[in-house]
Design a protein around this ligand. Structure first.
Ligand code: GLY
Length: 573
């Protein structure tokens, strides 16, 4: 009898620990823990390199540069030195900085450069997505240079930051199944460009999982940059090779364009959600404004009471997104070329007006949704990584060559894959781009201008003002939805960073008027209810972006998370 009582007591204890004593959890692995520092990126080798830089005394900015250079080698579909992006930095002293190293249109580019004489978009070579004319002047090296000089620790030499990436390119690394098959998947266009064909397709013989993948030209380019500094990319042999290849192939980027490229140190965009400060990216990314607009609209509703991914909540997300993306199309662009009413668009009173008319049981057709009356005032692409150092500096960095493998052009002799960021301009204002996004006149092509982006590197603070988590994503305009839903999952649903990133999500971008959703992510019942409200679901469900992030718990432990939708690793110590 005594034995049975003991067994019963043991059962009760186990039951209470398993089901009562622990918080209710979304299904996700535990985040990776580090007591001092953490790097979360989409490739383990790159994350390890970042962690090593911090172990040697570098700060999060030094580490972020080393990670970015390493990803250019081990994650060539999006990691780059031939593209551009945004680096958000928050130091432990509370100061925050937003480095804009978005590509700039070559001087010779103009409004109708991608339209033929019949007014149709030029497809393939010569268009905004494939080939030599698709590239903006790359900003990555200038952005990293600015970050290093202004915000680096000063304890690690530039040459030591570049060296790990250079060695990876020269010595090679073992190709994963994912990268080997992805390269073959993109052979159609990569094969058209001789250096891309040789480097990435093994001259048509292709690479397979387990092969040692070396990139000697990229290694030589990195060696020049290591020795001569980032300016080598813009004024040295690398610049001359890029400009010569452009000239030989009807491209537009000249030596002058490269020399004139400037990275900008911008004021970060700040907003709040339910009392938490949110620091994010200002234009030329639309990401920060659109996310804050949506969050501002949601703040007037008890999202938690609706229930996570309930029809009520997803309907509200959709309606708020529809309105914010309509504003994106009209108002957002490079602020150095167009008036962007950022303050007004991120104003809480404006959001309240914008969501007025929301019907909890009825979709509001996009054809009836015009951009708001403002007064007074991008798939599967891109890559995001996050770094937190022992002193508490946070770097949230998103950079890209736009489409996977960018324009598919590797500039002759350099090993550098060039971006197709010109497609983020409104190639035909009012008509859809690669992501089906409609954009307006403000974002038309102009020489020297930066195309509008959706990249949303973000840092969220606790109510006591201490940093809480940093997150960002890849995936064109879906980035905004992924980051926004991660923020809500943490703040409203009290998820940890891994749960918040892994949870199923949706995306709506005004036009086309349909909800993008993830297979098995939303129940058929929920979809049926939303369909009865008048929503249409995209016929081909697929992943909505992929995110990486780091949370800092109350004891200061760094918790790293990689989206289970993608590869990568969080490495901490
Ligand atoms: N090229 C994707 C973005 O900038 O949003």
């Amino acid at each position: 009898m005594m034995h049975r009582i003991k067994l019963f007591a043991a059962f009760l204890l186990t039951f209470s620990v398993l089901f009562v004593g622990l918080p209710v959890r979304a299904a996700a692995p535990d985040p990776v823990r580090g007591r001092s520092a953490m790097v979360a990126s989409q490739h383990e080798l790159a994350s390890r390199i970042g962690a090593d830089i911090m172990r040697k005394g570098g700060n999060a900015v030094d580490a972020a540069i080393a990670v970015g250079l390493a990803l250019a080698v081990v994650y060539p579909e999006a990691g780059n030195i031939g593209g551009g992006g945004f680096m958000l930095i928050r130091r432990a002293d509370g100061k925050a900085f937003a480095i804009d190293y978005r590509e700039m249109a070559p001087k010779a580019a103009g409004r109708d450069i991608f339209v033929n004489k019949d007014g149709e978009l030029i497809r393939g070579e010569g268009g905004s997505q494939i080939g030599y004319r698709a590239s903006g002047v790359p900003g990555t090296m200038a952005g990293f240079d600015l970050a290093f000089k202004k915000y680096g620790s000063g304890k690690i030499k530039w040459a030591d930051i570049v060296d790990p990436a250079r060695r990876l390119a020269v010595n090679g690394y073992v190709l994963s199944h994912r990268l080997a098959s992805l390269l073959i998947g993109y052979k159609e266009h990569l094969a058209k460009y001789p250096d891309s064909n040789r480097i990435f397709l093994n001259n048509g013989k292709y690479f397979k999982e387990g092969d040692l993948f070396k990139q000697p030209e990229l290694g030589a380019t990195l060696a020049r940059i290591q020795k001569l500094g980032a300016k080598e990319f813009y004024t040295g042999e690398t610049a001359r090779m890029i400009a010569a290849d452009m000239k030989a192939n009807n491209g537009l980027i000249t030596l002058e364009d490269l020399k004139n490229y400037v990275a900008k140190d911008r004021e970060p965009l700040r907003g709040t959600y339910r009392g938490h400060e949110i620091i994010t990216m200002p234009p030329p990314s639309s990401g920060g404004i659109v996310m804050l607009q949506i969050l501002n609209m949601l703040e007037g509703f008890d999202v938690k009471a609706m229930g996570h991914n309930s029809s009520a909540e997803l309907h509200l997300y959709t309606e708020a997104s529809r309105r914010a993306f309509a504003d994106r199309a009209e108002y957002m662009a490079d602020p150095d070329f167009a008036d962007v009413p950022t303050a007004m668009l991120t104003n809480k009173a404006y959001a309240t007006r914008r969501i007025t008319g929301f019907d909890p049981k009825k979709a509001f057709a996009s054809s009836n949704t015009r951009p708001g009356n403002v007064t007074g005032g991008e798939g599967t692409e891109t890559t995001h990584y996050t770094v937190v150092d022992p002193a508490g500096t946070i770097v949230s960095n998103t950079y890209t060559i736009n489409d996977l493998y960018g324009s598919r052009v590797t500039a002759k002799g350099t090993g550098v894959l060039l971006n197709d960021e010109m497609d983020d301009f409104a190639a035909r204002p009012g008509k859809p781009n690669l992501f089906g996004l409609i954009q307006g006149e403000r974002n038309k092509v102009e020489g020297g201008k930066r195309p509008l982006s959706s990249m949303t590197p973000t840092i969220v603070m606790r109510k006591d003002g201490k940093p809480w988590f940093a997150v960002g994503a890849r995936g064109g305009p879906r980035i905004i939805s992924a980051v926004m839903q991660t923020v809500i999952n943490v703040i409203d649903f009290e998820m940890n960073i891994q749960q918040a990133i892994d949870a199923p999500r949706i995306h709506h971008q005004w036009l086309p008027d349909e909800i993008y959703w993830e297979q098995f992510g939303i129940s058929a019942d929920t979809r049926n209810i939303m369909t009865s409200y008048g929503h249409a679901f995209n016929e081909r469900p697929g992943n909505i972006a992929s995110a990486t992030g780091i949370m800092i718990d109350k004891e200061g432990v760094r918790l790293g998370a990689i989206d289970s939708r993608s590869d990568g690793a969080a490495v901490g110590y």
